[in-house]
Design a protein around this ligand. Structure first.
Ligand code: A2P
Length: 305
């Protein structure tokens, strides 16, 4: 499950604690978090409470944390991860990823802006940042390391880095039936990089950060018709589609019923014909374009994939 509310909005106090506990009870074990979601303390508390209850052990949980844009300089990486571990009250994260390939000016402001309201970027050296992540893995602070929102060129830059010690195990990117990522998925398959699909339900359609000109995914007639056949919802069909093609999904919900619903996708499978029909829904249009950062030299979404 994904535990953020949207790029700029904090989750209401306590809601993340409750949602994560409900999710763990429902069977979820993969929790997608980040320092910048401001709720890692609640995620950590939920995990500890469930361990204390005897429901899970630490090793059952797969927690993904993220390195924010203002913390790319190599000397900041380990202290930043240590801060996350302290907030979570955990000894390690299962996966630590570079949240975006775009460095911002380091400092207290997470979204640094100048007096004209323009974002202040920072020199981005993804290979140097990656080496610092490798050191975190070697130190046992992160079991695995990966990236997010990287395009093919940026992935290749890491993989072709002289002296590479650990390659990215995963790339977290937008992925759902309206944005199926066929080329990036194929490239990642060839290189044994798992695609983790964010916004697998088509986002919350919050106009402040979502491109709402692309239609709502869950209203799609094909997804709904296939859902009827299996007595499932369009959301469950969208999630099953990705899981069945080897894409990890991190649906987000703070509603107990929908949290449970989104986990009920392992008791049926889609036929090859249905998989093809859903693949054909691809519009190649992102809901999450991050256009406010399109002038950043490492803005990832101008490339074909
Ligand atoms: P809510 O928290 O009220 O359930 P994404 O995972 O693509 O970012 O989508 C998240 C959005 O989808 C949230 O607004 C969430 O709202 C909603 N959502 C989550 N699960 C379902 C579902 N099963 N059916 C309909 N909407 C859902």
């Amino acid at each position: 499950m994904c535990v953020y509310d949207s790029t700029y909005h904090k989750t209401p106090k306590g809601s993340c604690l409750e949602a994560v506990k409900i999710a763990i009870d429902a069977g979820y074990r993969h929790i997608d978090g980040a320092f910048v979601y401001f709720n890692e303390h609640e995620v950590g508390q939920a995990i500890r409470e469930k361990i204390a209850e005897g429901k899970i052990k630490r090793e059952d949980i797969f927690y993904c944390g993220k390195l924010w844009n203002t913390c790319h300089p190599p000397e900041l990486v380990r202290p930043t991860l240590e801060k996350t571990l302290k907030i979570l009250q955990l000894d390690y994260v299962d996966l630590y990823i570079i949240e975006l390939p775009m460095a911002f000016k380091p400092g207290d402001a997470l979204y640094p802006k100048d007096e004209n309201g323009k974002f202040i970027y920072h020199e981005t050296d993804l290979c140097a940042t990656w080496e610092a992540l490798e050191a975190c893995k070697d130190a046992g602070l992160a079991k695995s390391i990966g990236v997010s929102n990287f395009n093919r060129r940026q992935l290749e830059m890491i993989m072709n880095k002289p002296g590479l010690k650990h390659k990215p195990v995963s790339n977290q990117v937008e992925c759902h039936p309206y944005f199926t990522q066929p080329k990036l998925l194929e490239f990642c398959r060839q290189h044994d990089i798992v695609i983790v699909g964010y916004s697998p339900l088509g986002t919350s359609r919050d106009e402040s950060w979502v491109n709402v000109s692309s239609p709502p995914l869950l209203k799609d007639p094909v997804l709904n018709a296939i859902g009827k056949k299996y007595n499932k919802t369009a959301a469950q069909i969208a999630l099953r589609f990705n899981v069945q093609r080897g894409v990890v999904v991190i649906p987000k919900s703070f509603n107990p019923q929908r949290i449970r619903e989104n986990f009920q996708i392992f008791d049926f499978s889609l036929t090859e014909k249905e998989m093809k029909e859903i693949e054909a829904l691809n519009k190649n249009v992102r809901y999450v374009e991050l256009l406010m950062w399109r002038d950043h030299p490492e803005y990832p979404f101008n490339d074909e994939y």
